[in-house]
Structures are given as structure tokens and as C-alpha cells.
Design a protein around this ligand. Structure first.
Ligand code: SF4
Ligand code: SF4
Length: 284
């Protein structure tokens, strides 16, 4: 049975648990992706502090070893999360990992994030595996806007470009959000704020996802890279405006630390990913 929002507020650092010093471990088990965001730059390195970056990809079989290692440094880890570095539903690795964690560490909240392309068709599996919190990145609910942010989707083996691909992505995100929210899973929405493309669209996204059952909304400022490298990153004023546009409709989360896909610790407070994932002692 999925946790209530009140339970999450005490135990999940991204739902208020930070003030209780709750920690999380991200397990970088999902390398591939099935869409092509124009700002995405997935990479393996030890230094950059942003989503899409990890020092290594691990296998579902290694997940419990890394959790045990992380608990030595951060005993108050309450959440096992999977946030890439690619999409969690594009492969089966996230599902396999959550099955193994559920057996060895049933006390940990299961948290994952996805672009949502396969959310509707894999929602039943997610619900069955006992996911507690799900984050879906929704950058637009209008295909004309989404096509400026995403080049193509790979939909059942076929690469579909532009607005046609964007339409498939949005339809599946929205149907999927409703399905998992109706099952009692707490749904958070991330939107990458891209000035000049979706900054006037935030209120529409927030209203749409709230009506479908999402509980909380997080604005992620664009990091200008890849095809959108020439767009300036949003100013503080633009971020604040986007948050207040969204807040008319949905609770807004303001403390996101834009973590790596292998982050370990309390977001914004402590970071142990190097010790956990880069130590030669960590895999038997
Ligand atoms: Fe990159 Fe995530 Fe977009 Fe996939 S969904 S292309 S991993 S930003
Ligand atoms: Fe929480 Fe944001 Fe870090 Fe995800 S990226 S674990 S939402 S603080």
C-alpha cells in the first residue's frame, strides 16, 4: 500500500523530510532513454552536480551492496530512488532493482522518476511493485511547445519526430499520471523551465497535472547544453514567476538540489556518492 503524503513528509527529503534530516540513495541502474530532450547531456563523470550524471552504471544485483555501503555513511537513509541517468521505464532494470530492494530493505521508500513515455502501459507493474513516490517530467502539455524541447520519441521501436512524437509523449504522460495517482501513489511533476519556450506555459501544465491527481510541482531551471546551449538559463525572477504561476494550482517544491543520478545523502546537506560509488571496496 503506497504511503500517504503525511508519511512522506516525515521520511522523504523531497517531500518535507529534509527537516527531519532524512537521506536518499539514487541507484544509477537505468542507462538508456527513449526520448531525445534537446537539453539532455547524459554523461559519466565524477564532478558535475546535475541530473543525468553518474560515476558509473550499476546492475540490479549490485543495488543492495551499494545501499548497505551507503547506510554505513548515512544511517538515516529513508529513500531508495532511481533517477536515471536515462529513463527508468525504457529498460527493466529499475523494476528488477525495486524487487530486490523490496526483499532486503522493505523499510525504504521506493521512489523513481520517468519521462512518462511508457508510464501508462507500465503503470500496473509500478503499482504492483509498491512504488511510493513517482516523479514525471512534463515540460509541456501542448505538442507544438513540446516539439521545441524534444526532438523525437522512440515509440515501440519507431523513431517519431516533432509534434507527432510530442503528442504521443504528452498523451501517455497524462494518462499515466492519472492512473498511478488514482492508485494512491504520490506523484510529483518536474518541469524544466526554458525561457522563451515554456515559461508562459507553466500555469497550464500545473493546472492540467493537478486535475489528474499530481500533488506537488518542481521547477528545474534549464542548464543550457546540447541543442539548447544558446538559450540563457532562467533568471531568479523568471524562476520565481514560474513558481507563482504554478502555485495558483498546485503545491510547489522549492528546495530541489538538482541531484546527480548517483547522489547519496541528505539533498543539499551532505553528499557521499564518491565514497559509496567510487570506493574500490564497494563491490564484492
Ligand atoms: Fe535525457 Fe531525461 Fe530527456 Fe531522457 S528524459 S533525453 S535522460 S533529460
Ligand atoms: Fe529530491 Fe530534487 Fe534531488 Fe530529486 S533532484 S532527489 S527531487 S532534491
Amino acid at each position: 500500500m503506497a504511503k500517504t503524503y503525511e508519511e512522506l513528509e516525515k521520511n522523504h527529503p523531497c517531500f518535507g523530510g529534509c527537516k527531519f534530516n532524512a537521506g536518499r540513495i539514487h541507484l544509477p541502474v537505468s542507462p538508456g532513454c527513449n526520448i531525445a530532450c534537446r537539453f539532455c547531456d547524459r554523461t559519466i563523470n565524477d564532478v558535475e552536480q546535475r541530473p543525468g550524471v553518474t560515476s558509473k552504471i550499476i546492475t540490479p544485483d549490485e543495488a543492495n551492496t551499494f545501499i548497505d555501503k551507503a547506510l554505513e555513511f548515512v544511517p538515516n537513509i529513508k529513500v531508495a530512488g532511481i533517477a536515471g541517468p536515462g529513463d527508468t521505464l525504457a529498460t527493466d532494470y529499475a523494476f528488477e532493482t525495486f524487487k530486490k530492494i523490496g526483499e532486503s530493505h522493505p523499510e525504504l521508500l521506493k521512489c523513481m522518476s520517468t519521462n512518462g513515455l511508457l508510464l501508462y502501459e507500465r503503470a500496473d507493474e509500478l503499482i504492483e511493485i509498491g512504488i511510493d513516490t513517482l516523479t514525471v517530467t512534463v515540460n509541456a502539455v501542448d505538442p507544438a511547445i513540446e516539439a521545441k524541447l524534444n526532438e523525437y520519441v522512440i515509440w515501440h521501436g519507431e523513431k517519431i519526430y516533432g509534434e507527432e512524437g510530442a503528442k504521443i509523449l504528452i498523451e501517455n504522460q497524462l494518462k499515466g499520471i492519472k492512473k498511478v495517482a488514482d492508485a494512491g501513489v504520490t506523484v510529483k511533476i518536474n518541469t524544466v523551465l526554458v525561457p522563451g519556450i515554456n515559461d508562459e506555459h507553466i500555469a497550464t501544465i500545473a493546472k492540467t497535472v493537478r486535475e489528474l491527481g499530481a500533488i506537488i510541482y518542481n521547477i528545474i531551471p534549464l542548464i543550457p547544453q546540447h541543442q539548447l546551449k544558446d538559450i540563457p538559463k532562467p533568471t531568479c525572477e523568471q524562476i520565481e514567476k514560474a513558481r507563482s504561476d504554478a502555485e495558483q494550482y498546485i503545491k510547489v517544491f522549492r528546495h530541489c538540489a538538482h541531484c546527480r543520478a548517483d547522489a547519496v545523502g541528505v539533498p543539499g546537506v551532505s553528499e557521499y556518492s564518491k565514497l559509496v560509488y567510487q570506493s574500490r571496496l564497494n563491490v564484492r
